[in-house]
Ligand binder design. Sequence first.
Ligand SMILES: NC(=O)c1ccc[n+]([C@@H]2O[C@H](COP(=O)([O-])OP(=O)(O)OC[C@H]3O[C@@H](n4cnc5c(N)ncnc54)[C@H](O)[C@@H]3O)[C@@H](O)[C@H]2O)c1
Length: 479
Amino acid sequence: MRVTVIGTGYVGSVTGACLSFLGHHVTCVDTDEAKIAKWKCGQAPIYEPHLDELVALAGRRGGIEFTTGLAGPARASDVIFIAVGTPPLPDGSPNLTYLESAAHGIGAAIDGSRFRVVVNKSTVPVGSGNLVETLVREGIAEAHPADRHAIHFGVASNPEFLREGCAVADSLYPDRIVVGASDEQTLAIMRDLYRPLLEQSFEPPPGVPRPATATQAPLVATSLTSAEMIKYAANAFLAMKIGFANEIANICERVGAEATEVLQGIGLDSRIGSKFLNAGLGWGGSCFGKDVHALLHTAAEYGYSGKLLQASLDVNTAQRQMVIQKLQEKLFILKGRTIGILGLAFKPDTDDLRDAPSLSIVERLLQMGARVKAYDPIAMNACRALYPDLKIRYCDSPREVAQDADALVLVTEWSEFAALPLAELAALMVKPILVDGRNVFRPESAAAAGFDYTGIGRAPRPPAERRESGASQFRPVSS
Ligand SMILES: NC(=O)c1ccc[n+]([C@@H]2O[C@H](COP(=O)([O-])OP(=O)(O)OC[C@H]3O[C@@H](n4cnc5c(N)ncnc54)[C@H](O)[C@@H]3O)[C@@H](O)[C@H]2O)c1
């Protein structure tokens, strides 16, 4: 099939590359000329593992093109995806101007030569499927007033569940594909488009092997409204699950229990599951906060107050500030102290800083008069460019961060941090204090390396009391 994807951010580019890899001819459209120029040179403007390779491979499969012009590709396509950003407005509702402009542009571009499907992949409030249909119709009516009844299209809502950092694997081996469709013809086209994913009938690309469990992907066919609601409900649940883990960890810390053991103990219950059940400094990223706010906003429009949703936002905000409290317990005064931050990205394996816990923590430390040094394997350039006024001293290595610091705070659990030479780092510091915001290290190992260690939900206990348990191998799962 011929496919257009509007928006070449994390979602649009991965969707376009995967569909092209599966044999469809894809044109990716973006209004950002600098981004398109990079894509045309074969360079992804975002950091996402395996994406560059997949785009190169896609060029030799269905074919993939990049352009700033929507009209030609939209007219030539059977399926047109909208994957533009829907960032939050100050009142918590999502900004739909990008979506509106894309939908209107589609209407202005298409003609009556074939039936087309307009697929919304952006996360949009319940009811936006109808909005997309209205905007496409308005675009058609303005551009082709005489033929407007001869131009036919269907609307689908196809929410995206990929995680940045493993977006390619998540898209090729999805747990499910949700399609809310306005009619049977639209659903049938979407089923055909996704058949290789549904049947898992393709040869995996190098470096992204198929998990043994991914034998097929179920298609969940719903109404437009249900599909939109599924996306919000999924993100709200995951945000709440992480918030729950953090709340339990905070109680563990007070009663002398070890959160990693407790969360492992409950996560192995198949009704609960261990994914997204790790204590830390809370979730971040472009989706959870935005989507929970949007769901609360929608609920309020219908006279409902989402108490659980509000609580999960509150717990998350407080969790980020836990670092400040822990530093104050160790150092008392933060003014004039040098605090080293390990990790800026909102999670490992991405350069995305949207709603990153690191930013709230750094801002608070600077407000309190502390000096901040930081290292991140990938996100430092993005941080410099996006927040030029943030007075961070960027370092080339964790060693440089530790040098003469009064405390180190691990904020993002990049895998390279787990292998840090702790004794060497401790020896470089003014005070060897380590706040392990993601419970990456074994408290015993950090203490043996000379650190005054504190994690999240980890009450200090005398060594004799500790059992050898699987808890130390219980690696955090990223949100
Ligand atoms: N990032 C994620 O992990 C993720 C996961 C699931 C769902 N989502 C949702 O998917 C949507 C896209 O998210 P993202 O992270 O890819 O956003 P992004 O900000 O990375 O990318 C959006 C792109 O759309 C482009 N754009 C805006 N208006 C345009 C227009 N009229 N025509 C062409 N291009 C236009 C922008 O220039 C930008 O490159 C959002 O609604 C988001 O909530 C994101």
